[in-house]
Design a protein around this ligand. Structure first.
Ligand code: ADP
Ligand code: MG
Length: 473
């Protein structure tokens, strides 16, 4: 963290804290999400890794951009572009709601972000005001310029099972007020449209300053939803009666729903907003407007890019399960990779010891090294070698290394890196040299699972995690 000067705390969550920091070199302000100890808690570790993977896969103007990820003293840090506020703060400043135009612009940006996630087969699952970051317009710029909105917090996002594959998803507890009925019921086969539900709840809250469905408990939440929108579907009722949490409970007759609150119906200026909200707030998930129908909804008529082949954006790295992204309709903002600043300091005088090779051992060099590096780590190291050895001749040349590091990292001292690994200064790195290098890394008290995780990231071509960190300690 020496690279960053901490200016203040901007958020605190279950997993850690978000700091406003200044990059000492460039002067840029960034947000650094610092996680608590991650070493012992496997679930937390997995959650973080998943978040990093999602963020790397999702490069879009309306999704917060992850610039760097690194580890220091067992803690993981994620560095993001800095955004001034979150929507909760904006709503707190405007208890009567925000202007119709501003709300529409924010919702448009949110819809673009969400549809982009969905096109990459990722469902966010935790869309709520705190997770929508906003850069308000500069003072004096009012009217239609609402400022920029970006979706953040992919801690609960997950990749959807491929269509046709039935896979149970966890009954995750999202913030109640924005939860679709199937989530409240504990359904495990919910789909992307849980995000659609949350979008509508947020639009309503922007327009009035009040949460649309402020339930006090899950059962109360289900009750107020049905009071407004009508009864659960037969399948949902079934789940309700089978869920032991709701044993002995029953809803009154819900067949005469009240519809959305009267304040929406009275205001004629809001008719298109209400029509859009109603198209998302369907009890039956399949009936919620989503995909192209959502981005082409008449509510958004006149917004930039409306009606074109959205969602805009590019995927930097598609997840293994991700569908091919929709073609970009407009040039996206430059991929964040360009902004990634990574420094790897190589201790030039640290002497590397070549991997000991027991010539008599039946398995040869591979087998001996395997005993030193563990099977899993050895196979990761091997995969990385194969990936870097572009022509597959069993040696990584200087050019191959430069091409690989250059492609995967914006700024890495490939030369120093190469010299360090090329133990005999032959100008090419063979496999024993390569394994020797990683052995050295692990000998310098590096934790094996951290290393595995980091090599996986490099293999996937993503953000650099600074493995150099613990080597000097
Ligand atoms: P958590 O998982 O703890 O909810 P979040 O990623 O949602 O973590 O971040 C928590 C809070 O920190 C957000 O609600 C927001 O207020 C602030 N925050 C997060 N990312 C940024 C950012 N890039 N710029 C400014 N503030 C941020
Ligand atoms: Mg959050």
């Amino acid at each position: 963290m020496n690279k960053y000067e901490v200016l203040g705390v901007v958020g605190e969550g279950a997993y850690g804290v978000v700091l406003r920091c200044r990059n000492r070199e460039s002067g840029a302000t960034v947000a650094v999400k610092k996680f608590k100890e991650t070493d012992d808690d496997e679930i937390v570790r997995k959650t973080i890794l998943r978040e990093v993977k999602m963020l790397r896969a999702l490069r879009h103007p309306n999704i917060v951009s992850l610039r760097e990820a690194f580890r220091r003293k067992g803690k993981l840090y994620l560095v993001f572009e800095y955004m001034e506020k979150n929507l909760l703060e904006i709503l707190e400043e405007s208890p009567q709601g925000i202007p119709f135009n501003v709300a529409r612009s924010y919702i448009w940006q949110l819809v673009l972000a969400v549809e982009f996630c969905h096109a990459s087969d990722i469902v966010h699952r935790d869309i709520k005001p705190e997770n929508l970051l906003i850069n308000p317009p500069a003072p004096g710029q009012n009217g239609t310029n609402a400022g920029q909105l970006k979706l953040c917090d992919f801690g609960f996002a997950r990749a959807m099972p491929k269509s046709g594959m039935k896979e149970e998803m966890t009954d995750y507890v999202a913030t109640r007020w924005y939860r679709a009925p199937e989530l409240l019921l504990g359904a495990t086969d919910y789909d992307k449209t849980v995000d659609q539900w949350a979008i509508a709840c947020i639009l309503a809250e922007m327009l009035t300053g009040q949460p649309l469905f402020p339930g006090e408990s899950d059962i109360d939440q289900l009750y107020i939803i049905q009071k407004a929108l009508g009864p659960l579907t037969p399948t949902q009722s079934d789940i309700f009666f089978r869920n032991p949490r709701f044993a002995g409970l029953k809803f009154p007759d819900m067949s005469n729903p009240e519809g959305l609150p009267a304040r929406f119906r009275r205001d004629r200026n809001l008719s298109s907003s209400v029509a859009f909200m109603e198209s998302l707030l369907k009890i039956e998930p399949l009936r919620r407007t989503h995909g192209k129908a959502c981005t082409c909804h008449t509510y958004f008529e006149g917004m930039e890019g409306w009606g074109s082949a959205l969602p805009l954006g590019t995927t930097a790295t598609a997840l293994p399960t991700a569908a091919a992204p929709a073609p970009a309709a407009a040039a996206p903002t430059p991929a964040a990779a360009v902004e990634v600043e990574v420094e790897v300091e190589i201790e030039r005088d640290s002497k590397l010891v070549a991997a000991p090779v027991d010539k008599d051992y039946a398995g040869g060099a591979d087998e001996v090294q395997r005993r030193l590096l563990s099977d899993v780590l050895f196979s990761k190291v091997k995969t990385l070698f194969e990936k870097m050895d572009a022509d597959g001749n069993g040696e990584i040349t200087r050019e191959e290394a430069r091409a690989f590091w250059g492609k995967n990292f914006a700024k890495v001292n490939a030369q120093a890196m190469f010299n360090e690994v090329d133990d005999d200064n032959s100008g090419a790195v063979d496999f024993p040299e390569w394994v020797g290098f990683w052995e050295n890394v692990i000998k310098s008290e590096y934790k094996e699972e951290d290393l595995i995780e980091e090599i996986e990231m490099i293999i996937e071509g993503g953000s650099w995690v600074d493995f150099d960190d613990n080597r000097t300690t």
